[in-house]
Design a protein around this ligand. Sequence first.
Ligand code: ADP
Ligand code: ZN
Ligand code: ZN
Length: 720
Amino acid sequence: MYVKVLVELSAFNIDKMFTYHVPNEYINDIKIGIRVLVPFNNQELEGFILEIDNDYEDPFDIKDIIKVIDSEVILNDELLSLGKKISHGTLSTLISSYQVMLPKSLKAKNKSKVGIKYQQIVEIDNLNIDLTDKQQEIINKINEKGRCLYSELKKINSSVDTLLKKGVLRKIEVEEYRLNIDNNYQYVKHALNSDQEKVFNEIKNNLGNNKHFLLHGITGSGKTEVYMELMEEVIKNNKKCLLLVPEITLTNQIAKRIMARFKRVAILHSGLSDGEKYDEYRKIKRGEADIVIGARSAVFAPLSDIGIIIIDECHTSSYYQDVMPRYDAVEVAKERCLYHSCPLVLGTATPTIDMYARATKNIYQLLTLDKRAGDAIPPKVIISDMTKEKKVGDTFFSETLVNKIKEKLEHHEQVILLQNRRGYSSTIMCTNCGYTMKCPNCDITLTYHKNKDIMRCHYCGYATKKMIKCPKCDSKDIKELGLGTEKVEEDLHKLFNEARIVRMDYDTTSKKGSHEKILNAFGNYEYDILLGTQMIAKGLDFDKVTLVGVISCDNSLFMPSYKSSEDTYNLLNQVSGRSGRRSIQGEVIIQTYNPDHYAIELSSKNDYLSFYNREMEERREGKYPPYYYLSEVIIKSVDYEFLSREVNKIKTLLINKLPDKIIIGPMMLYPFKVNNVNRFGIIIKYKKELDLKEILKGLIDHYKANSKIKIEVSFNPRDI
Ligand code: ADP
Ligand code: ZN
Ligand code: ZN
């Protein structure tokens, strides 16, 4: 018997199966989709068996496999074919497409040896001796509970060891799942209101159909409540539910709510330890979880009978993985729903322009929830016009915002402040009139590069000198935008020296569990003000928060992206949703130098439809999605000279081979150098894909043997 084994040789861009001979002792253990250890050059590598071949043509010089690793199949038929589709659809290596589906402990070539964790349990074996009082105490305890943890009994007294020795008790080992979520969520089941009922029925009537729904429901409209009703229905039909949530913090919050109602729930996200992940994964595979909740890669959860996939906050760009394999979890979910013949529900308060456009064309069935479900009323949004407002002292706070915060603190209510600063470099803005510099070719805000003191377009590479005087109003009040949370925290302490302030951003949440800690403390009213980056914007639900302040949203408005308006609209909408979740009406104050920008104005009115229509016009004029597809070729090398030459050759080649498409670039990606690897991007805009994939595949194959250069493609990335 021979097998074809796929191994990981990522350093070489090699994606090939190698044939091995199976020695007789292993023949009965061989299955497609398990891992085996094989010799390769002078190493031993793990790989997946993808094919079995009983009579290999050329049986000379074929090496034996060293051993079989798994007794159970890791990649079942569905995942095997899904991996092929992803590899083909994203032009990624097949091995990377399989590896991304698996927890570390089940990937090929893992170094970490995570195993099953056992618990020691004690039970009564036979009771044929006279017991001392202390021994009786142990026996009573076991009788009370049936079985006890050895460690627990040992705490009562040490006679448990004597009883074990005498054979009265016996110790057994049972598998233990490591993940333990401390859940104090009090679940109150609500009867659905009539709007929710309508949405629920529409989807319920399509359980068993491969239909795609876009659930456009404002924050607090009761989407999660509808999800749970649907889950109950699916579980009744003996099927399983998959719920994707954008990130770890949210996964935990929503998981607690769902676990308070349903028992058999598994969690998968990158914040879990390898051991916890391994356990949750096995739980799912064994059919012990009715509901799987997780972040992007949970879309690969090894469920064998999916009845519904729900993707919450489906507009979030983290559903797109921007390293190989560059896949979109929504697209993968569609494949899985097709395989399982079940519905896909995309839920959000702010659909991407793309998604909404599909809904208007009935590619997705649109369902709407436009009222808040509970007794909460939508917040009052005030735009604080920074071109007119007085700032307090040397801070970034307007008088309006400062006074409002004071008022809330006096009433013992809580405040959330958002300072949206992403890990990008910033732009330069006139603080008198709000003018920013745009690229003449792309209509995209130029990015300020401090080290060279120039302004650069991240789309086409256009560069120009930094402005020192505003061309619009002549003011010399030119400032670098992008002020970090730390400075804001300082300001806050100055302005409100009595207030209890907690900051949540990338720096304060790097430790495992620190997210949760901060949020729990804030939820327990240990703080008055929560200050953070966009990681605080989503999903959080606190009773006492009645004011949300946005320190500045101009930064987000002028991100060098065609999606900056969409992103700003979404961000403001999300963050506003945090205010007044209960019966007191919440308030939102948005500080901006661009009060008339349509994204800000329309989000303050919560008018998605007008925003969508306006933004569609912009997209049509700029030839951006959904009117055009946008994909990117990413070219990387350590050798800068060599790379520059090749990048230009590649551009010429693309122009020649893709005459119907618009080729933009090459431009430096930001950050340009990562781990000493220089990175260029070439953007391809097109209406029809046609032979694009074949041509790009040819390009990748052409450079495959050259280890100095690496080419990857991002098809329809969420951020570009
Ligand atoms: P979303 O997921 O759309 O933000 P949620 O499902 O979290 O909305 O609901 C928002 C709030 O309204 C929650 O506190 C929830 O318990 C409550 N709620 C949801 N549905 C109902 C209902 N039918 N009746 C009363 N309260 C509801
Ligand atoms: Zn100006
Ligand atoms: Zn440009």
